[in-house]
Design a protein around this ligand. Sequence first.
Ligand code: AMP
Length: 434
Amino acid sequence: MEEGKEEVKSFNDLGVCEQLVEACDNLGWKHPSKIQAEAIPHALEGKDLIGLAQTGSGKTGAFALPILQALLETPQAFFACVLSPTRELAIQIAEQFEALGSGIGVKCAVLVGGVDHMQQSIALGKRPHIVVATPGRLSDHLSNTKGFSLRTLKYLVLDEADRLLNDDFEKAIDEILEVIPRERKTYLFSATMTKKVRKLQRACLRNPVKIEAASKYSTVDTLKQQYLFVPDKYKDCYLVYILTEMSGSTSMVFTRTCDSTRLLALMLRNLGLRAIPISGHMTQAKRFGALNQFKAGECNILVCTDVASRGLDIPSVDMVINYNVPSNSKDYIHRVGRTARAGRTGVAISVVNQYELEWYIQIEKLIGKKLPKFPAHEEEVLLLLERVSEAKRISQMKIKEPGGKRNRKGGDDDGEEEIGRYLNGKSSKKSKKH
Ligand code: AMP
């Protein structure tokens, strides 16, 4: 990451051992990111840490490297446990541990909901060094999986702690804290510092060193932020206009509800755009499927709810569009953190209607600046109106059809099947070619 304009340090300078410097090198990490440069020396001294850092700052490396270095010194099973609020983030964290630890034979297990218990118990039976888990599933295994305990744990990481607490994981976290040793190192990472995070910090950490990778709620300099004020009835039109103006870019389009991710993705595909939805209503397998299609470039527009705005390690998103302005301004920071990562440039455009103006004003207050308008020519935008309205109408009809309803057993169809059926392979074939 090219954050250090002042004095560029190397991983070596931070005290990282040869084997791990080599692992960083293999991943193309030439210099430590800011959070890594600040956190790693304290961590190697054995301090507890609180890191205020966003996804994209390199925070996973900031905790994974010191843990792996300590593991090299005293290898043991169930050495560290990382708690994450989402399954996707848990998997990405484990992937980074595995990538950094591949030369030293590190074994990881991922314990997340929506995946077979038995498979996970077998993985635990292999006595991994690192367990990455969502709190509910970990607590479940601690109570029900014979022979599994974290009594010898040396490191606990709470990643995205603000989110861990918002999502009502508190009970599970309390249960976990009761059965792990008090004598351990604890690292807490969070994008924002809330009252609950402070409470958790007091409960779990000892004299922690506090590190901030960015000043409070700031967005990175390489991010170009813009807004558009539009009447609600033309919102879809403006969205399509922006996406076509910026065609060739990879985009994440944020909506408020799971249902609207499906509807919008269907509408966009109907207009020939390569969009795919991802939301909390989809099964684990479908979420991965969607994410992989997006990562592989088969689709270049990911239509998502805030579930997808946190943690997901999606490289090089060029643009974030807020199709709905978030009512909680901190969500704005998380969403736009999906672009302009690791020193790259990015664009974030918020499409604001008459009902969302208040929320938008709150966002400008939080980031402390007035944003410029996205340049759009209304006459050109409205030329799209008829096609967009028709595409939306057809998509709404399709979703209402019995086969297109969210589904049978309480809710898991992301609209992909119906998209495929509806387009008769037309647009999906097209999308595969790219
Ligand atoms: P994170 O904030 O931990 O989710 O990391 C975001 C992305 O930055 C991941 O794809 C990492 O592989 C990458 N990354 C982490 N540290 C570095 C580094 N020092 N140099 C370059 N890329 C990095």
